[in-house]
Design a binder for this molecule. Sequence first.
Ligand SMILES: Cc1cc2nc3c(=O)[nH]c(=O)nc-3n(C[C@H](O)[C@H](O)[C@H](O)COP(=O)(O)OP(=O)(O)OC[C@H]3O[C@@H](n4cnc5c(N)ncnc54)[C@H](O)[C@@H]3O)c2cc1C
Length: 528
Amino acid sequence: MRTDVVIVGAGAAGLLAAVAARRLGHEVLVVERTASVGSVTADSDGHLWMPGNDLMGRGGTPSDSADEALGYLNGLTAPADEMMAARRAAFTRTAAVVGRWLVSSRIGLEVVKGLPDCRPASDGAKSQGRTLRAKAPTARLDDDWAGRLRTSRDAESPGLLTRLRRGFRDGAALSAGGALVSELLRRALGSGVEIWLESPMTELLVADGAVTGVRVDREEGDVEVHAERGVLLACGGFEADAELRKQHLPGPTSVSWSVGGDNDGAALRAGAQVDAALAELDRAWWTPVLLADGSAHRVDVARVAPHGMIVDIAGDRYFNEAEPGVWAGQRMYEHNRGQRSVPSFLVMDKRHRKQHDLGPWPAGSSPKAAIEAGELVRAATLQELAEGLSVDRAGLLGSAVAFNQLAKRGRDTDFRRGDSAWDKHFGDPLLRRNPCLGAVDRQPFWGVRVYPGDAGTAGGLVIDERSRVLRTDGTPVPGLWACGGAAATCFGGAQPGDGAALAAALVEAFRGIIDLSDQLDRIDEALA
Ligand SMILES: Cc1cc2nc3c(=O)[nH]c(=O)nc-3n(C[C@H](O)[C@H](O)[C@H](O)COP(=O)(O)OP(=O)(O)OC[C@H]3O[C@@H](n4cnc5c(N)ncnc54)[C@H](O)[C@@H]3O)c2cc1C
């Protein structure tokens, strides 16, 4: 079979690429391994960190520019090399263009109000406005395709309020990520993009070092698809592959700690066929999780909320529990080199449990099965809790005394929890002095093990600022582009803002399609 462009993977980035390629007049085939579209984005918040977007400078949000965003990014971590610097510059210049393109495609975007960048005190950071999300869809997908939007296996207990809000946003209770995916899918189908589900790419077709298409495993047998213009790998990372995790991620690690997709490293296997360079393989979009019934659940609000603290096996606090997820995961691994902190332990008192959901366990619940299984520990005293969690007793008691004094003063002089606008955003607004600090002193006490989970891996194929896949000798592989989880992140282990992973995936997909259409120079000149 022949087509112009083959896109491997029907996540948000693959779908955006498909719509963009079709708009540029190409025939497009999307091949998707699973029976559903949208991957994890379809049931996520779908936050997009898009600096310089057109909504900034309006409605109380600060103004922004690509230069400010680039300064902020490079201040967080220096770019590893010139290529990384060029990719970051391309990202900050193009994010607003992609936002504009979505709006011109009638996919409404809105600011996530009050959400600051992850390091709000750094130069070039913004107090709000860079994180966007899709508005509710303007029309419904037909029922057959609507049923193929992936639902999350994490279901991160979004809480009643979030569910209610979603319910009001649209009748189908789609998340903002679901809205984005459903709108992109509707446009893809409406414009004539062909989508094959349950059709994994098994290998690239390569001739004289150039990629000419893909081999696809279909029910009726193997199909060779030749792509006249090129192939875009939008097939994610390797979070679901135990061997690759063991080989590349810091240890210990487990597939069961991931709330990411089912991606099994297809991009790495494809890259090996063309001697592609790999980078950042030890990085992931870390997010602390707890385990319940064998699956991972994010611990976001629960670790920031007052009346709780995280300790290592010695019972000591060792970081600001309110850190953005990527940094929190890194701290857990760094600290683990000296003192066991994988897993760590979230210790809570009665008020915490009463007020906050914890993984799958609603606020105020006392889940019998989880307690019996030892997943959640309940104890009358901190001594008993330490025993139940196998944490050093004296260490935990000492930490609780120190923490409670800090809470009383409203100032975490040890780790500065609650100091930054980011921390405050996720804290309890009713606590005036410090929305993230409250003593851990009311019985019963509760404890749960917390692991450095992930929402997908962040390393992969080295791409340039055109999203072309590069060989180990630095030259581009003709005919091959990659984006998102398939490619190495350009953020170098930093989490600049909520929605950076997805925004980068969309921008890279967009730039790749424009490049394979030979129009990127024109766009870049206009942006210069
Ligand atoms: C619960 C959750 C919430 C998140 N929320 C956000 C957020 O709000 N903002 C943000 O920035 N990031 C978020 N992330 C991370 C973000 O979703 C990912 O970074 C993003 O989805 C990566 O996009 P991608 O297109 O590269 O990969 P994916 O979205 O995973 O898409 C890859 C697609 O390729 C398919 N595929 C894999 N192998 C093959 C093959 N061999 N052949 C054909 N198809 C294949 C997969 O089935 C999948 O459909 C979240 C992650 C999780 C888990």
